[in-house]
Design a protein around this ligand. Structure first.
Ligand SMILES: NC(=O)c1ccc[n+]([C@@H]2O[C@H](COP(=O)([O-])OP(=O)(O)OC[C@H]3O[C@@H](n4cnc5c(N)ncnc54)[C@H](OP(=O)(O)O)[C@@H]3O)[C@@H](O)[C@H]2O)c1
Length: 319
């Protein structure tokens, strides 16, 4: 099987281009580190150059090991052929904890810099949080946007990351951030797929020059945070059949045609290749129109992940 050349695009204030499709590393149930490492090496062999990790996923260390091994094996010639995204965990979303958290992620990854560092969620979790959903409402706090973003900017200015951005930010949260940001966020990584198309947020981000990366592009099929609403959508199934593709490929191709980048996870050798085979064909206008008409439903809810408190319900209601 050949190596797919994944197109790269410029993303706002980031100092380097981003491969439009990346391999996610949030796996459910959490696999042992060797499984994650082997899947990442397999993905590099298939052509993936963008990897999406986070402190919270526990995948930084196996990703770091896989990168070191890929360089040793000559699968990539130098580290700068790879685009690595990691995220600031909400327990560290406080001014003085951000630089140490960035350094801890770099140490886990065995890297001198990452390519993208994102604020994982628009909330802070207090030190008392031992598990999620959080046991008490008081453990979930709003972000001090100005000071948090200043510390993110410092990480970029120190050369520890090529780009900074956010994740799971609504238009309202973006507005709050942009009011004081000196470096605008390059990326907002959010749930996006044919069943949650994010039309308003995309319009807002386009107008501000902020790039959207789509996570859970397959509806996070077979995970605790997702379901089969994308993979078993009749319309996607019909389009897939007509094009000789799979529903997963139709969803990914649709996202690519919307001009967003994508992070999708498969640790399966065939499926990770299937997910890269989206560049040599296209959807028809009629296909796109049918997808645009699909009923919309948000899949990943803060209320489920951090607890059904007023602050999570407010975040879920924001567009
Ligand atoms: N910023 C955030 O808050 C956030 C939230 C969620 C996810 N993410 C990131 O986005 C990445 C991707 O999202 P996700 O993992 O939630 O969901 P996803 O990519 O939509 O779906 C992953 C699931 O689909 C399966 N799958 C993959 N390709 C398939 C195919 N061609 N046919 C059938 N099934 C397929 C995978 O299983 P196999 O591995 O067995 O193929 C896995 O169970 C994550 O890994 C993570 O890096 C970020």
């Amino acid at each position: 099987m050949g190596v797919t050349q994944v197109p790269e695009i410029s993303v706002g204030s980031c100092d380097r281009t981003m491969p439009v499709i990346g391999m996610g590393t949030a796996a459910y149930p959490t696999p042992d580190p060797d499984t994650t490492k082997a899947a990442i090496l397999e993905a590099i062999g298939a052509g993936y150059r963008h990897f999406d990790t986070a402190f919270a996923y526990g995948s930084e260390k196996p990703l770091g090991e896989a990168i070191a091994e890929a360089l040793r094996l000559g699968l990539v010639k130098s580290r700068d052929e790879l685009f690595i995204t990691t995220k600031l965990w909400s327990s560290f979303a406080e001014k003085d904890m951000i630089l140490p958290a960035m350094k801890m992620s770099l140490s886990n990854l065995r890297l001198e810099y990452v390519d993208m560092f994102l604020i994982h969620w628009p909330v802070r979790l207090s030190k008392e949080v031992k598990k999620l959903p959080a046991e008490k409402r008081e453990y979930i706090l709003p972000l001090d946007m100005k000071s948090v973003w200043e510390a993110m900017e410092e990480c970029k200015n120190l050369g520890l990351t090529k780009g900074i951005g956010v994740s799971n930010f609504s238009c309202k949260k973006m507005e709050e951030l942009l009011a004081t940001a000196k470096i605008p966020p390059a990326v907002n990584q959010v749930e996006m797929n044919p069943i949650w198309q994010q039309k308003q947020l995309r319009e807002y981000c386009n107008a501000k020059g902020i790039h959207i990366t789509a996570y859970s592009p397959l509806g996070a099929n077979n995970t605790k945070w997702g379901d089969n609403r994308v993979m078993e959508c009749d319309v996607l199934g019909e389009i897939a059949k007509a094009r000789g593709k799979t529903p997963a490929q139709v969803s990914l191709r649709w996202l690519y045609e919307q001009g967003v980048s994508i992070v999708t996870k498969s640790f399966n050798k065939q499926r990770m290749r299937e997910n890269l085979d989206i560049f040599s064909w296209s959807l028809t206008e009629e296909d796109s129109e049918r997808i645009a008409q699909l009923p919309q439903k948000k899949g990943v809810l803060f209320a489920d992940v951090i607890g059904p408190y007023d602050i999570s319900l407010e975040l879920d209601a924001e567009i």
